[in-house]
Design a protein around this ligand. Structure first.
Ligand code: CA
Length: 744
């Protein structure tokens, strides 16, 4: 019956998407059973082979200089290769969430690894399942919650393991398979397809590998496939990070300084050279059975001992040690890739042998790219080409011209809409990506209305590898990156500087390009509804901020708080020039100061979400935030106000009995017509309306600080932004009646 729903939707005349959805709902489960089966049966199967961290530089069809992937390349020869294929957020879980939902991270809610995917939201597998597809998800899932939208799933716990992997079953139990993960996933995928092949329903198979994710542990059949010493080095292996964002130098993902002893380098025992190797041991080796260990050691130990002998002799320079690490890294990474290529070969063979190839669309992709020594790195995250790019190869016999090569800008948010379109299902309005089917049908190339730029955003700083939050756009020839922590822009001319070694944002001749791209960046963020003021952001990569956050959280955990001040440096200043006044007014009222200098609304949102608010229920929370959204970015008042609104709703959820005293953002700038002042006034005109007189109360103290000319006087606000002791006295006196009125 579900099959018929889909077929009918495909045969309906063009209509608006909203009407089409209503139409489908109306028809659901009734009229459609009378549709001819043949129509449904013609819908193609979808086989989505997806790996983890497989960079395009390690795929033959993309011009690899380091390895060969004959089976993956088959897809390019028999179908299409997309050379400008990008992720929306270069990290494992978020990329998967973008694919499932067809939305950018800030709307699907999975911003960083460790988040939990909300499986109740709309995803393409759910719609395909409802429209008559058998659906299966096998392999790496990594989204924290159980898969939804699949008739069948069997997934790795978290990152999974290469050797003797465990799989979570649909009943929640775990099953351990002896053998190699990539091969096991392929076995399960083929077994599942074999059960579907005689069904009259089409199928969606998501075959998702752990490989070649760290810690890159190849199958013995690929030991020595790319021997150490034979692999060409990238030009930027010894990048000094000059000429680009100053934050680049802070990274912790270099082969030189962040490559671990057991985990990455595959040594046993104690770390003998702690100045060259990180401490992590090789957990994968510990999983192996005696035969596997014997095979492993037979390959690795002679090379390890040879290296250690040279180290003991002191015959290796710093540079040579890094070069050795690169060779070890690439041997292991490329060996892990090779099993993925084998997997693709087995799946294509299975389709051929079972006469399924003609009516099956096969896609190969990976959750994001990876650095294969470029910029001295392993790992991903940064918006440079190597990790921004995703492989995308697709074969669709009879539809896609063999050997097609496309330069259209495509992104992982497009996959869901594409699969729905291929299946004849309607694409929900809420999905932000676009179907690639029109490109497939247009020789792979762009249609005239295709996008001119993709948007990228990375949110996971403070975790591992010290990569700051950043976002940006990538057009056909240029890339613009923005680093909110220090307000830096980077601009790259990808034609003239494909390795992105020199930002041109300060180059006079590029000012017109910079201006145009900044405009496009703002517009695309608006288009994708990406208001930074409401997207939770940590500043955990700044040690003082991380330590203060931890200390304040410890106080929250202790509980016993009646009065919480939440804000930025102006609030934090109660611990500085306002200290004596604070003691006088609040010292014995069980207060806590949650002001963090430099915070914007998005940081407060992060702190409130992550903080131990389950332990406290203050009588009053005094909230003042937003002046840094103005000062750092001149953000539009409506956007900042949305951030304030989000803060109020988090407080409502986490501390429902707490009364909120929302303060108008204090005036800034000496003059009445200072741009920042004007923007803050705009914020206040919006947020005052958030008061309901019951839980949320609004107070604007601005006039108390100003002189009769409307200026911020130096004897109260020395820098026209922060208060001195006199300023804090004025604040406390002016606010006191309201605190009493609210019952403090
Ligand atoms: Ca990944």
């Amino acid at each position: 019956m579900k099959r018929s729903v889909k077929a009918n939707a495909a045969s309906t005349p063009p209509m608006s998407r909203a009407r089409s959805t209503a139409w489908m709902t109306l028809l659901c489960g009734m009229v459609l059973t009378c549709l001819p089966i043949s129509q449904a049966a013609s819908r193609p199967n979808i086989v989505f082979v997806f790996s983890d961290d497989h960079a395009v530089q390690a795929i033959g069809a993309y011009g690899s200089k380091v390895n060969r992937t004959p089976h993956i390349d088959r897809l390019a020869h028999e179908g299409a290769l997309y050379v400008n294929s990008f992720c929306a957020n270069s990290i494992c879980g978020p990329s998967r969430a973008c694919i499932l939902t067809g939305k950018h991270s800030h709307l699907n809610g999975f911003l960083r690894n460790g988040d939990r995917f909300d499986g109740t939201q709309t995803t393409f597998p759910k719609i395909l399942s409802q429209s008559g597809y058998h659906t299966a998800m096998i392999g790496k899932w990594h989204l924290g919650t159980d898969p939804t939208g699949f008739d069948y799933w069997e997934i790795l716990p978290g990152q999974g393991s290469y050797y003797n992997p465990d799989f979570i079953q649909m009943d929640g139990t775990r099953k351990r398979y002896q053998g190699y993960c990539t091969d096991q996933i392929t076995d399960l995928a083929i077994e599942w397809m074999d059960k579907q092949k005689d069904s009259d329903k089409p199928f969606l198979l998501m075959c998702q590998h752990k490989a070649p994710h760290r810690n890159w542990s190849p199958h013995p059949r690929h030991f020595g496939k790319y021997p150490m010493g034979s692999i060409p080095e990238p030009e930027s292996l010894f990048d000094d990070y000059a000429g680009r964002s100053s934050l680049l130098k802070e990274n912790e993902m270099t082969l030189k300084d962040h490559f671990h002893w057991g985990h990455d380098s595959k040594f046993h025992g104690d770390n003998l050279y702690t100045q060259h190797f990180g401490p992590l041991g090789n957990g994968e080796y510990r999983r192996m059975n005696p035969e596997q260990k014997a095979a492993w050691d037979a390959y690795y130990e002679p090379e390890n001992q040879s290296f250690l002998h040279q180290m003991k002799e002191g015959s290796l320079s710093e540079k040579e040690i890094t070069q050795w690490k690169y060779q070890r890294y690439m041997h292991d990474y490329l060996g892990s890739v090779q099993a993925v290529d084998d997997s693709v070969g087995r799946i294509l063979d299975y389709l051929d042998q079972n006469q399924l190839s003609e009516n099956t669309i096969v896609i190969y992709s990976s959750d994001q790219g990876f650095y294969l020594g470029e910029h001295g790195w392993y790992d991903k995250r940064w918006m440079f080409e190597e990790s921004l790019k995703m492989p995308f190869l697709v074969r669709w016999p009879g539809k896609i011209q063999p050997g097609t090569r496309s330069e259209a800008l495509i992104q992982n948010i497009d996959y869901g809409p594409t699969f729905l379109d291929i299946a004849g299902a309607s694409i929900p309005e809420e999905m932000q990506g676009r179907s690639l089917k029109p490109l497939f049908e247009n020789g792979g190339g762009k249609t005239s209305d295709w996008r001119d730029a993709i948007y990228y955003a990375y949110y996971e700083n403070a975790a591992v590898h010290a990569v700051p939050i950043h976002d940006g756009i990538r057009t056909q020839n240029h890339k613009l990156m923005y680093f909110p922590r220090n307000g830096e822009w980077n601009l790259f001319d990808l034609k003239n500087d494909p390795h992105e070694m020199q930002s041109l944002h300060q180059d006079q001749t590029y000012q017109p390009v910079l201006t145009a791209l900044k405009q496009r960046y703002q517009d695309i963020k608006t288009f994708y509804d990406a208001n930074s003021a409401v997207i939770p952001q940590t500043r955990g990569d700044e040690p003082w901020w991380r330590q203060r956050d931890q200390a304040k959280n410890n106080l929250l955990k202790e509980g016993n708080i009646d009065l919480a001040f939440i804000g930025d440096s102006i609030t934090q200043g109660w611990e500085g020039s306002g200290k004596a006044i604070w003691e006088q007014y609040y010292g014995n009222r069980k207060p806590i100061n949650l002001g963090f200098g430099g915070d914007r609304t998005e940081h407060v949102i992060w702190r409130l979400n992550k903080g131990a608010w389950n332990r406290i229920q203050p009588k009053i929370a005094v909230v003042m935030i937003g002046t840094n959204n103005t000062g750092h970015k001149m953000q539009a008042p409506a956007e900042t106000a949305q951030g304030v609104e989000r803060i109020l709703s988090i407080l409502e959820e986490r501390a429902p009995d707490t009364k909120v005293l929302l303060l108008g953002v204090f005036p800034r700038g000496r003059s009445l017509h200072d741009r920042g002042r004007v923007i803050n006034q705009g914020i206040n005109q919006i947020i005052r309306r958030f008061a309901d007189g019951k839980r949320v109360h609004y107070l604007d103290l601005g006039d108390h600080f100003l002189n009769p000319n409307g200026e911020c006087p130096e004897d109260i606000m020395p820098d026209a932004l922060h208060l001195n002791e006199q300023g804090y006295r004025i604040w406390a006196e002016a606010m006191e009646p309201k605190l009493k009125e609210l019952g403090l």
